[in-house]
Design a protein around this ligand. Structure first.
Ligand code: ASP
Length: 328
């Protein structure tokens, strides 16, 4: 073996050992995105729309969704963390990546160490909605009702660490009104039960609630952003800050991840594809129709994404600790 061949063999062995060696033809078979919530909900909606937009820049391969739901997204995150780091399994999750380490005493994964960060996808407002037969017709009436009927009112969520849980937690601690939580494995079954008058109140992303608000299948009370939304069907909803809930602001973001150890050249291909997908006019239009804002800033880079998640963990830690809810 000459010197050059020896060097190549050594480099190949080292790269294989560290998992850094990639198949140059990647991707050449379907890619799975693990979505840690139920099908038909807001995280699933973002994932399915993104999967379509990713197809073209990823050599035309199919991008399929695996709904690994339950436990406020921690089951799906654990599944993705353990998956083969070959670029064929990715994870799409929302703010749960930042809230799970604060809310759960024990997790089988570490969000800062067990994932490669690929980029933030979007920011999504939330809406405070009620079942069709709930008596209050606007936020002020709702606040009075929650105060008077607190022992009877239940608040649906998609599990501890979900966006709906976070929003509900903040609502209860800001209003100082404890309500009974009803956890689901995702917002799809939660909103289905809300529309069926089985539960009373839900705070959920506009990507799940806009259609139901437009169809008058739920009552809408407020938005969680600090400014009113511009989407025609939601623009008349007040912000919770306008309604006197000082500092109340919850905006949900979604990000794309790969298991730790995925080869760098594969990560680059996926991040490049993500950047193309985020500029896809069809993806942007679908997002805008549901008040979601597609990311364009430095958070669409792996470093920007990771720094943002760290900042979100720092931002939410004191708020969640003050609300005092934890899970095992
Ligand atoms: N986004 C929902 C939540 O966190 C869960 C889901 O996507 O189904 O409340």
């Amino acid at each position: 073996m000459n010197k050059m061949m020896q060097w190549s063999a050594l480099a190949l062995a080292a790269a294989t050992a560290t998992g850094a060696y990639a198949d140059a033809s990647y991707p050449n078979k379907p890619i799975t995105i693990v979505v840690p919530f139920t099908a038909g909900g807001p995280t699933d909606r973002v994932a399915r729309d993104l999967a379509e937009a990713l197809r073209k820049p990823l050599n035309g391969v199919t991008v399929v969704i695996d709904n690994a739901d339950g436990a406020g997204s921690t089951i799906g995150m654990a599944k993705a963390a353990r998956a083969k780091a070959d670029g064929y399994t990715l994870l799409l999750n929302h703010i749960g990546v930042a809230t799970a380490p604060i809310l759960y005493r024990k997790l089988s994964f570490d969000v800062t160490k067990d994932f490669e960060y690929l980029g933030i996808i979007n920011d999504v407002p939330m809406t405070l909605i009620g079942k069709p037969t709930l008596a209050p017709n606007n936020y002020k009436e709702l606040a009075a009702y929650l105060n008077k009927e607190k022992d009877k009112v239940n608040l649906a969520n998609a599990g501890i660490g979900s966006a709906s849980h976070l929003c509900g937690l903040l609502l209860q601690s800001t209003l100082k009104i404890p309500l009974t939580a009803v956890p689901y494995k995702g917002a799809a079954p939660a909103i289905a039960d809300l529309m069926g008058n089985q539960v009373d109140v839900l705070c959920d992303q506009t990507t799940n609630t806009t259609g139901q608000i437009e169809g008058k299948k739920v009552k809408a009370y407020a938005v969680t952003t600090n400014k009113r939304l511009t989407t025609p069907s939601l623009k008349d909803l007040p912000t919770l800050q306008e309604e006197g809930l000082k500092g109340f602001e919850v905006t949900i973001w979604h990000g794309l991840y790969a298991p730790k150890g995925t080869p760098a050249d594969i990560l680059k291909k996926v991040n490049d594809a993500l950047k193309v997908a985020l500029k896809d006019p069809e993806f942007i239009k679908k997002s805008e129709n549901l008040s979601a804002v597609v990311a364009t800033d430095q958070r669409i880079t792996p470093e920007g994404h990771k720094a943002f998640v760290q900042a979100e963990i720092a931002k939410w830690t004191p708020i969640i600790k003050a609300a005092g809810t934890f899970a095992d």
